[in-house]
Design a protein around this ligand. Sequence first.
Ligand SMILES: [Cu+2]
Length: 173
Amino acid sequence: MSEEIKEGVESKDMLWGYDKKLLAFVIILVLVAGSMFYIGAKYEKNKLSRLGLLKNGTEQVKKQKKNKTEEVATINPIKEFSMTSYYDATGKWFSLKEIVVNKGDMVRIKVTNTKGTHDFTLDEYNIKTMTPLDKEVVVDFTADKVGEFEYYCSVPGHRQGGQFGKLIVKEKE
Ligand SMILES: [Cu+2]
């Protein structure tokens, strides 16, 4: 009987000893795994927040750009015109005689000189640009002054020879 008990105690001690080691091992494992998880989670969080910030930033820029475009599109529509500039036996000319826009419009006039030496002048909008032969010259301005203005070629004799047109800027209805 006593032998059996002794054996039992011994085996219990051994088991307890084994358990202790196992327990210590498990605790260390849990601590290591826990800290790794913690570090990992923290890193992920930082990464995500950085990505989030970047994403938000991009979205904001996109939104701003979109708003700007919409503003330009709704408040200041671009009115585009094109004309040639030339001379013939009867005079000097712009092919387009009249341009009508609303106040606030962004106006783009494309002038191509197909024959001779000309420029495009619009005094009230401080525009005076040479138009080299066979090149499309783009004139951009905002129609911020209401009224009737004359665009013309300032080469001597050309305006008198017929090279002018009328820009009409109307008050927006
Ligand atoms: Cu001219």
